[in-house]
Design a protein around this ligand. Structure first.
Ligand code: NIG
Ligand code: FE
Length: 413
C-alpha cells in the first residue's frame, strides 16, 4: 500500500549529513524542507501495517501527480517530520531497581564503592536472574513504548544482567520476542555477557564460558547481532576485551566497546583498531584515542545522561567533533548510571554541556546513531529508496524537541 504525509510544517531529510558521512556537519546539511511531504509504501507485519520504503520526499506542492489518489495524512502546517531517532546504546532488559543505591550515591558514596560491595551491576543481576522471561518481557515492552513516544524508531538493546550462559540466553530470547512483538521499531540485539564478572564463578572459567559457550550460543540463530565488552578499571582488561571480541568476530558478530568511561584504558583505540561499530562513553578518552576514532569508521557514542547522573566530567565532545569523528548520542538507559529513556532530554544535556550545535545533535540521533549500529545504508535520513522510519512531532519546529526539556513530545507516528 502507498501512503503520504503532506503539509508538514517542516521536514528534515538530513541528506547532507549522509553526504558527509556524519562528520563536520552544519545547518545546511539538515535538508530542511518547508511544507514538506513524504510518500512511502507500507507492508503488513503480524496484522500491523508498518511503513516500509520511502518513494518520494519534497515540498507538498511538488508532489508528483501519480500520487494524488493515495491515502494522505495532512499535518496542516502544524507538525514537523524528522528521521525516526536512533537510541543506539541501551540496557533495556532488567528487573529490580536501584533507588537505594541512588540514595547512597546522593549521600556521597561513589559508583565504584557501591560496585565493590556487591551492589551496582551485580545487584541488578540478582533481580534479573530471579525474573521470568515473561516478567522481563512485560517490563521491556513498556520501556520500548516509552522510547517510541519520544520519536525513537530504532533501538539497540544489550543483555548483560544475566552473567551466566543460561541467564544471558534468557535475555537474548526476551530481545527476540520484542523484535517479534514490536515490528514498528527496529531492534538491534547486543550480547554483553562481558558486562561484569559473576560472583559464583572464577574469572578464568567465566572468560572460558564467554568465549567457548556463550558467544557461539548468541551467534547461533542470530540471537545477537553484536557483541560488546565493558573494558574498564575493575571490569574487563584491554587484553581480555581483545580476546572476547576476536572470538565474537570469528563467530560472525559485529563488535563494539564500552570504552574509557571510568578510567582511560586506550579502549577507544582498540575499538578503531578492531573495526568496531562504535566506542561508547569516552569520558576519559586520550588524544591518541580521539585521533584513532576520527581516522576510522568507528562511531564515538556519547552518553551525557550518564555523566550527568554520575556527576562525572563530560566526554570531550568538541574535540572529537572538531577532529572529524562521527559522533552519536544515546541514553545508555540502565538502572544504575542513567535511569532515563528520554533521548530528547539527552539532546538537551548535549546542547548545554557538550557544546554541540543543532546540526551535530540532529546528526547524532539520526544518521550517526544508525551508523553506530551498522544500519546507515538504509536508515538515518529521509531519502527515496531508504527505509520509511520517520517521526511526526507534535510541534512545528524540530528544535522544540530538546529546547523544551523533560517532556514527551512525539506520541503518535
Ligand atoms: O553503561 N558501563 C557499564 N554499564 C552501564 C552501567 C550498568 C549498571 O550500573 O547497571 C553503563 O553505564
Ligand atoms: Fe552502557
Amino acid at each position: 500500500m502507498l501512503q503520504a504525509i503532506v503539509h508538514a510544517s517542516e521536514l528534515l531529510t538530513g541528506a547532507g549529513i549522509r553526504l558527509k558521512d556524519g562528520r563536520k556537519v552544519t545547518d545546511d546539511d539538515l535538508g530542511r524542507i518547508e511544507d514538506g511531504a513524504l510518500v512511502y509504501s507500507t507492508r503488513k507485519v503480524r496484522g500491523k501495517e508498518v511503513p516500509d520504503e520511502i518513494l518520494w520526499v519534497g515540498p507538498t506542492p511538488d508532489m508528483p501527480r501519480k500520487y494524488s489518489r493515495i491515502k494522505k495524512r495532512d499535518l496542516k502546517g502544524k507538525q514537523a517530520v524528522i528521521p525516526g531517532m536512533v537510541d543506539c546504546h541501551t540496557h533495556l532488559v532488567f528487573a529490580g531497581d536501584r533507588s537505594e543505591e541512588f540514595a547512597a550515591r546522593c549521600g556521597g558514596a561513589s559508583y565504584e564503592e557501591i560496585a565493590k560491595k556487591g551492589g551496582g551491576i551485580l545487584s541488578t543481576v540478582r533481580a534479573t536472574r530471579n525474573a521470568s522471561e515473561r516478567e522481563l518481557e512485560t517490563l521491556a515492552i513498556k520501556r520500548l513504548q516509552e522510547a517510541v513516544s519520544y520519536g525513537v524508531r530504532t533501538i539497540e538493546i544489550k543483555t548483560g544482567y544475566g552473567l551466566s550462559a543460561e541467564s544471558e540466553l534468557k535475555l537474548l530470547k526476551v530481545i527476540r520476542k520484542l523484535k517479534e512483538r514490536c515490528p514498528e521499531v527496529r531492534i538491534q540485539s547486543t550480547f554483553l555477557g562481558a558486562h561484569a564478572f559473576p560472583q559464583d564463578q572464577s574469572r578464568e572459567s567465566y572468560l572460558d564460558d564467554l568465549i567457548n559457550r556463550m558467544i557461539p550460543q548468541a551467534a547461533t540463530g542470530k540471537l545477537a547481532d553484536v557483541c560488546d565488552v565493558f573494558i574498564d578499571a575493575g571490569y574487563y582488561t584491554r587484553e581480555e576485551g581483545r580476546r572476547i571480541l576476536a572470538a565474537a568476530k570469528a563467530n560472525g558478530l559485529k563488535i563494539k566497546i564500552h570504552a574509557d568511561e571510568l578510567a582511560n584504558t586506550e579502549s577507544a583505540s582498540l575499538a578503531a583498531e578492531m573495526g568496531a561499530l562504535s566506542a561508547d562513553h569516552l569520558l576519559r578518552i586520550s588524544d591518541s584515542g580521539i585521533r584513532a576514532l576520527a581516522a576510522s569508521q568507528t562511531v564515538a557514542v556519547l552518553l551525557p545522561g550518564t555523566a550527568f547522573y554520575l556527576k562525572a566530567s563530560h566526554a570531550p565532545a568538541r574535540r572529537l567533533l572538531d577532529a572529524g569523528a562521527a559522533v552519536a548520542l544515546s541514553t545508555d538507559f540502565n538502572p544504575g548510571t542513567c535511569m532515563c529513556l528520554s533521548l530528547p532530554s539527552i539532546m538537551t544535556i548535549a546542547a548545554l554541556y557538550l557544546g554541540m550545535t543543532r546540526a551535530e545533535i540532529f546528526a547524532a540521533v539520526t544518521y550517526n546513531g544508525a551508523k553506530a549500529l551498522g544500519f546507515e545504508m538504509d536508515s538515518g535520513t529521509l531519502e527515496p529508496g531508504l527505509a520509511a522510519r520517520f517521526a511526526v512531532l507534535d510541534f512545528p519546529r524540530f528544535e522544540e524537541l530538546y529546547y523544551r526539556f523533560a517532556w514527551a513530545p512525539s506520541r503518535g507516528r
